[in-house]
Design a protein around this ligand. Structure first.
Ligand code: SAM
Ligand code: SF4
Length: 417
């Protein structure tokens, strides 16, 4: 039997899909890159934006056509699903499976009894890369930011035991993995027995081997001196941080239910840069949150100039039914949201280029993760995209590179050895 998997959304969904693959392959399903010809399609959906949900509706039409030529064809929906969307998708899918219940897939498919696993994160995944691995340390979220569906779709926070996490990473390092991403909706609130996130970081850093540790996401309200001190140890911990602020205006932050002020956030950045001067910083922003005035938006633009980010993930606000913000009027037009995004992108382009220029003439270690035309592409320790030319196959290798050119979104360099 052949299965095809469709993954929408973030690294957490990629990681979920890897666990789905492991379960299916344990009952002899073989992965196929094409949907046509598959006996089973599993969709790992994302509910963060309506556009992602609409894409799943689009797939349902495709399934109807496939079913005509293969009556045994089955489609399963899992991932980040909202209860209200479950009802809508009942007709389009044969099964809708809560991601925490994917160990039951064999039973659902009528093959055999499910494995006895309490936390689905403990399923050993079928990693999609041979050198970079996603290791979820927790799932769910307790924060209820006003715009966000995650606490509804993934429910409350559950942390994995540190022993399980360390065992998984040790196993990956034995297989020569070079990059480990620790994942969670808010890694800073990781807690298992007496082990919190800074302690876990130190434990991972202490695992012998030649690899990097990165993590995402961090909520600024829980990002404190103890986490900064753990990052400052350096070693295998990447000097890169994504600290999503969402808005540069206190009133908007309050209606977003974020529990910090711009000043508090900036103080944390100052402490971070004092302790780790070469840290590269990215953030997430939502433009056009309900009621965001021009003046409030300008505060975000000011924050951009003040903080000078290396990278920003700019999102246009999308109303999500059931969230607190859905009760507010989505009164910022799409055109205005696009305009605000354009203004922030213009500032980011300036700061990103300035930050990239600082790498000129320096040496970086780059983990090569792909190829585009003639260039090998990878990320350096600071999570900067670096392009190099080489006739050798560099995929999955650490390569020493001298940086020769700084562009807005990437660096170019020459392989040293
Ligand atoms: N947990 C992280 C945090 O606290 O910032 C964010 C995780 S969320 C899955 C990823 C990003 O999606 C958020 O940082 C936010 O910018 C964006 N996002 C979430 N809900 C959104 C919405 N309704 N409209 C637009 N962007 C949204
Ligand atoms: Fe969503 Fe907020 Fe939880 Fe992040 S912390 S996943 S933005 S509710």
């Amino acid at each position: 039997m052949k299965y095809h998997i469709v993954v929408y959304g973030c690294q957490m969904n990629i990681s979920d899909a890897e666990r789905v693959s492991a379960i299916l392959e344990s009952i002899n399903y073989k992965k196929t890159p094409e949907m046509n010809g598959a006996d089973l399609v599993v969709v790992t959906m994302c509910s963060i934006r309506q556009s992602a949900v609409d894409r799943v509706h689009g797939l349902v039409e495709k399934f109807k056509t496939i079913k005509k030529s293969n009556p045994k064809f089955k489609a399963i929906l899992t991932g980040c699903i909202l209860k209200k969307d479950k009802n809508k998708f009942f007709k389009g899918f044969d099964y809708i499976v809560d991601i925490r219940e994917i160990k039951k897939l064999p039973e659902i498919l009528g093959v055999k009894k499910s494995q006895k696993i309490d936390n689905y994160l403990d399923i050993i995944p079928k990693y999609s890369s041979k050198f970079s691995a996603h290791v979820p340390i927790m799932t769910g979220c307790n924060n209820f930011c006003a715009y966000c569906v995650v606490p509804y779709a993934r429910e409350r926070e559950v942390s994995r035991s540190a022993e399980e996490i360390i065992a998984e990473i040790k196993n990956l390092i034995k297989k020569d993995y070079k990059e480990i991403w620790l994942l969670g909706q808010n890694v800073n609130s990781y807690k298992s027995k007496d082990i919190n996130f800074p302690k876990l970081l130190k434990m991972v850093n202490d695992i012998p081997g030649d690899f990097w540790v990165r993590f995402t996401s961090s909520h600024p309200k829980d990002f404190n001196s103890e986490v900064i001190d753990a990052l400052a140890i350096g070693g295998k911990i990447s000097p890169y941080l994504n600290l999503p602020i969402q808005s540069g205006d206190d009133k908007v932050l309050k209606s977003m239910n974020r529990h910090y002020t711009v000043k508090e956030y900036k103080n944390k950045i100052k402490e971070l840069r004092d302790k780790i001067p070469d840290i590269c910083l990215s953030t997430d922003i939502i433009v056009g949150f309900p009621g965001e005035t021009k003046k409030q938006f300008n505060n975000t633009a000011k924050l951009f100039r003040d903080v000078e980010y290396d990278m920003v993930y700019i999102n246009k606000y999308s109303t999500r039914a059931g969230t607190a913000a859905a009760k507010l009027k989505d009164n910022i037009s799409t055109a205005e949201k696009k305009e605000r995004e354009k203004i922030l992108t213009a500032i980011l382009k300036e700061t990103a280029l300035e930050k990239n220029k600082k790498f000129l003439g320096t040496e970086s270690v780059v983990l090569i993760d792909g190829k585009s035309k003639d260039n090998w592409i990878g990320k350096n320790e600071h999570y900067k995209t670096v392009q190099v030319k080489s006739a050798k196959n560099l995929l999955g290798k650490f390569v020493k590179v001298k940086i020769t050119e700084a562009l807005i979104w990437s660096l170019k360099g020459e392989v040293i050895k």
